[in-house]
Design a binder for this molecule. Structure first.
Ligand code: CP
Ligand code: NVA
Length: 307
């Protein structure tokens, strides 16, 4: 049984295989209409159930389209419309869905909930974002960086702002794919300590600094995300503390020539990033969003033992 709750469930070799597979499959269907199945339709006859306890545009649409392109189908449910939302247990939901579908993707708040779902499911469970991590996003981000010509081993990546779920998965990826992450952010908003320690133990250099300039100096990739994530009660103090970490043209100028800007989206223009950066020549955010489809097709294929 292959669950994809975090990147380390797959490991570095499998992540590299996913990136290669995604590139090949993306190239093979260039210019096709988006709902047309791939020639080999490797997940024909398979159904994915998706449960959303939080809002989503990219994750919702990209998994649905990914399943169509793989020849399968998806069922999208908001938790509020499910008995789960009325108190049916996570364990019973896992048992029932495992009898009805071939895989389950869930976006939820508490990471323990996805672990419980996976524990009771007899089909693969995929993390579509929790408060702790967002591994599918990072497979798409790594694919985007490779497409832009960056080699992952030795890459210098700068993160600006809040130490959130997306950053936790990025740091986990640094340990698996051997790159450096320099985090520029205010005190009190650091990423998960355990994730940092595991990445460092795997040989990755993870630097925490309160200097935005130090974080971006010479970086090949500059990445940010919202200052206040879903489910957080953002205070004015939080927004004020994040101001020095806004990615603007002068900060991008401190990165390496040809550095790529990434943002998982949705963006809060004028907060964590300026229009000039997100709409500028170094931004890869629209490729990054599209790559959610291609990356997740490979995540799904890995879950079904095809990679
Ligand atoms: N980046 C991302 O996961 O977007 P959604 O919240 O729209 O799914
Ligand atoms: N950190 C953000 C990511 C959204 C895709 C959040 O959790 O809201």
């Amino acid at each position: 049984m292959r669950h994809f709750l975090d990147l380390s469930d797959a490991g570095g070799d499998a992540i590299a295989a996913m990136i290669n597979d995604a590139q090949d499959r993306k190239a093979a269907r260039l210019g096709w209409s988006k709902g047309k199945p791939d020639t080999d339709a490797p997940l024909a006859g398979h159904v994915l159930a998706m449960i959303f306890e939080k809002s989503s545009t990219r994750t919702r649409v990209s998994f649905d389209v990914a399943m169509r392109q793989l020849g399968g189908r998806a069922i999208v449910m908001d938790a509020g419309g499910m008995q789960l939302g009325r108190g049916e247990s996570v364990a019973d939901t896992a048992r029932v869905l495992s009898r009805m579908v071939d895989a389950i993707m869930i976006r939820t708040d508490d990471h323990a909930k996805i672990e419980e779902l996976a524990h009771h499911a007899t089909v693969p469970v995929i993390n579509g974002l929790t408060d702790a991590s967002h591994p599918c996003q990072i497979v798409a981000d790594l694919l985007t960086l490779v497409e832009r010509g960056h080699a992952l081993p030795g890459l210098q990546l700068a993160w600006l702002g809040d130490g959130n779920n997306v950053l936790n998965s990025l740091i986990e990826a640094a340990g698996l794919m051997e790159f450096t992450v320099r985090v520029g952010g205010p005190a009190g908003y650091e990423p998960d300590r355990g994730v940092i320690e595991r990445a460092r133990a795997a040989g990755a250099e993870i630097v925490l600094t309160q200097s935005a300039q130090e974080a971006v100096a010479g970086a090949n990739a500059v990445v940010t995300d919202c200052w206040v994530s879903m489910g957080q009660t953002g205070t004015n103090a939080q927004v004020v503390a994040m101001q020095p970490y806004q990615v603007d043209d002068s900060l991008m100028a401190g990165a390496a020539a040809g550095a790529t800007f990434l943002h998982c989206l949705p963006a809060h223009r004028g907060e964590e990033v300026t229009d000039s950066v997100i709409d500028g020549a170094q931004s890869a955010v629209w490729d990054e969003a599209e790559n959610r489809i291609h990356a997740q097709k490979s995540v799904l294929r890995w879950c079904f033992g095809q990679l």
